[in-house]
Ligand binder design. Structure first.
Ligand code: SF4
Length: 276
């Protein structure tokens, strides 16, 4: 990323919002934009709806500085008595580097904990370790860590702003060790590039103490194709067509990956949920 990060402090009208992800009732997105700047990110479509049209994904972050206060108000006004889990986050990473300074995620977690809402985190950052004092308060809470590959060249090319995968594994181990439920999210699995260390990754996840791992394939959508193409050309001297072949209906590529995942997971005692 060559451009300088543009940080805007903004106020949100609503922070506890219904999620469009199947099986997830609520999501909290404390930020708009994401410093992790993953090239395959779907959330880039948010730029269009938040006044950032035409700006490079990863070059801006809006910090919802009033989020904890708004959350508190929303929870007080809420009539429903059921307490469905709240996901952090669906279109940003709640533990991107700016969270160290702003603590918007931490303060929202504090509010949810007071109201006894189960919390589900999915992140690429070990900054989540800072908040284990809060996350350890409820047995239903869980922390997931996304890892696409143990190959640092692949990680750096596709997730230039995120921490190295080994740090994420170490964080999972530490969180599991504190009795908090954890899971791994292996995805997107990028044809030819992110499968070289698949066995090692599954073994490492099993050893880290996660309860299960989700596996997902690469999906080309929401405008991520040009960015993926550029990464393939620049870092791997590859044409996107080789990748697209693996994604075509009828391709056996992911069938083979599925078999590998099942075999390695069985070998290392990891519960695997393949979602492609
Ligand atoms: S961490 Fe998630 S939200 Fe952030 S850029 Fe990567 S995929 Fe997108």
């Amino acid at each position: 990323m060559s451009t300088q990060l543009q940080i805007n402090e903004v106020t949100a009208k609503s922070i506890l919002n219904p999620s469009r992800i199947s099986g997830v009732t609520y999501a909290i997105n404390p930020y708009v934009g994401c410093q992790h700047a993953c090239s395959y990110c779907f959330a880039r479509f948010m730029s269009r709806y938040t006044g950032h049209q035409g700006e490079e994904w990863g070059s801006f972050v809006d910090v919802k500085v009033n989020a904890p206060r708004i959350l508190q108000q929303q929870l007080r006004r809420r009539k429903k008595t059921t307490k469905d889990p709240v996901l952090f986050s669906s279109v940003t990473d709640a533990y991107q580097p700016l969270e160290r300074r702003y603590k918007v995620t931490r303060n929202c977690i504090e509010v949810l904990s007071r109201h006894e809402f189960p919390i589900s985190i999915l992140t690429k950052s070990d900054l989540v370790l800072r908040d284990l004092d809060l996350l350890g308060r409820q047995s239903e809470n869980e922390v997931g860590m996304t890892i696409i590959s143990l190959d640092e060249k692949v990680r750096r090319a596709f997730e230039s702003g995120a921490v190295v995968s080994k740090r994420r594994l170490k964080a999972l181990q530490e969180i599991s060790g504190q009795g908090i439920r954890t899971y791994g999210f292996v995805g997107p699995i990028i044809p030819e590039l992110s499968t070289a260390h698949l066995e090692e990754l599954i073994r490492n996840l099993a050893e880290s103490g996660v309860s299960y791992a989700l596996f997902d394939r690469l999906n080309i959508k929401y405008g991520n194709r040009p960015v993926i193409e550029q990464v393939l050309r620049t870092h791997f001297n590859k044409d996107v067509t080789t990748i697209l072949d693996a994604l075509r209906p009828g391709s056996l590529y992911y069938e083979d990956i599925r078999t590998q995942i099942m075999d390695y997971s069985q070998q290392y005692g990891l519960e695997a949920d393949i979602i492609f």
